[in-house]
Design a protein around this ligand. Sequence first.
Ligand code: SF4
Length: 197
Amino acid sequence: MNRIDEDNPKGDTQRPRLLLHICCAPCSGHVTGELAKEYDLLLYFYNPNIHPPREYNKRRDEARRWAEEEGFCFVEEAPAVEEWFDKTRGLEGAPERGARCEVCFESRLSRAAEKASVMGIPYFGTVLSVSPHKDAAVINRVGERTGEGAGVDFIKADFKKKEGFKLSMKKAREAGMYRQDYCGCVYSMRPKSKVST
Ligand code: SF4
């Protein structure tokens, strides 16, 4: 596998380069495998939505462990938690797939787009659409908008298609990954949900 990293963002090949926002290890295994066929990847973890801090640390540590085992460069951006709560204020009661989620996507993808721009990486994307609980059309709309603002191209996708979610979960089980049982924010913890990624 070819990799790019913070010290070598141009990489060593002529292949296109892509900064991929990831939210957790289980959502990343299958998607990175597919994208690595075409792109040299850098994995970017920016998720101020994940609550509480011990859960954030657990998902971050698992994602980093898996990424490094696979040979990817893993970059964590410190979560701007207060900013995330400010942005989602007034949307506490919105359901998953509703208005709060669009704001949440925007808060994460705008940082990913900025990071790609600063590093000179021409493409960026996210694994988020692999979840059956997330609307790919909204993610793609937000991705395109934030990419335009930063001058980088968003890779539109719906990774749950072609059994993408099923294959992700299979990979997660086989690799013994930690799998969370709620999306991430404090509002998605009520009521206690089924497995959600
Ligand atoms: S349910 Fe998930 S996507 Fe929606 S606001 Fe909460 S953490 Fe973000």
